[in-house]
Design a protein around this ligand. Structure first.
Ligand code: FE2
Length: 187
């Protein structure tokens, strides 16, 4: 009887470890898929941000966009380092959400006349992009924590902090530069 009990405990613990290794390989797959998604998204942004900067009027907004473009290029390199740290070659998978957000940004820019209103539209579109990225990097960082991938945690956290700062910068530009511009328009 005792033996039977200990056997079944052993079987249970084997089952448990089999389940947890299955879960971690599924999590690894989910992580890799989302990594490919954000890699595609960042690359698409290196083409979209210069278009937004070109259509902006406020120098503060142009500067914010140009500095985020440089950050974005670094973020791509960082993602390549994350791929490398898990022994995979960097590759992208089309991100439908980012494609949609960029399309919306283009529509806003086309429908607003150059100046304060178009700038406000660019900021609004830019902040939606930042929030998507904050959500993605937050999830990716959590996945790497669960998977025990210390190097990737650090890399993803650096980018997550940059995205949060970029979002705050856009809020700041919206409340200072754009409001002043809009007030000048009224005067
Ligand atoms: Fe980014």
């Amino acid at each position: 009887m005792e033996n039977k009990n200990s056997n079944s405990k052993e079987t249970q613990s084997k089952e448990k470890s089999k389940n947890s290794s299955m879960q971690s390989s599924q999590l690894m797959k989910l992580f890799t898929d989302e990594l490919k998604d954000i890699y595609w998204a960042e690359k698409a942004l290196t083409k979209a941000i210069p278009k937004m900067a070109k259509k902006a009027t406020s120098q503060e907004l142009i500067d914010a966009l140009e500095s985020h473009l440089e950050q974005t290029k670094n973020q791509i390199t960082r993602l390549e380092q994350v791929f490398e740290s898990i022994g995979k070659k960097a590759s992208g998978k089309k991100c439908d959400a980012m494609e949609g957000l960029i399309k919306e940004a283009e529509d806003i820019m086309d429908s607003c006349e150059k100046g304060a209103m178009r700038d406000a539209g660019i900021i609004s579109a830019g902040q939606k992009v930042e929030h998507y990225e904050i959500a993605s990097y937050g999830t990716l960082r959590q996945f790497t924590k669960t998977l025990g991938l210390a190097k990737a945690v650090k890399l993803l956290e650096e980018t997550l902090n940059e995205e949060k700062a970029a979002d705050e910068k856009l809020s700041e530009v919206a409340t200072t530069a754009i409001n002043i511009e809009a007030a000048e328009l009224k005067a």
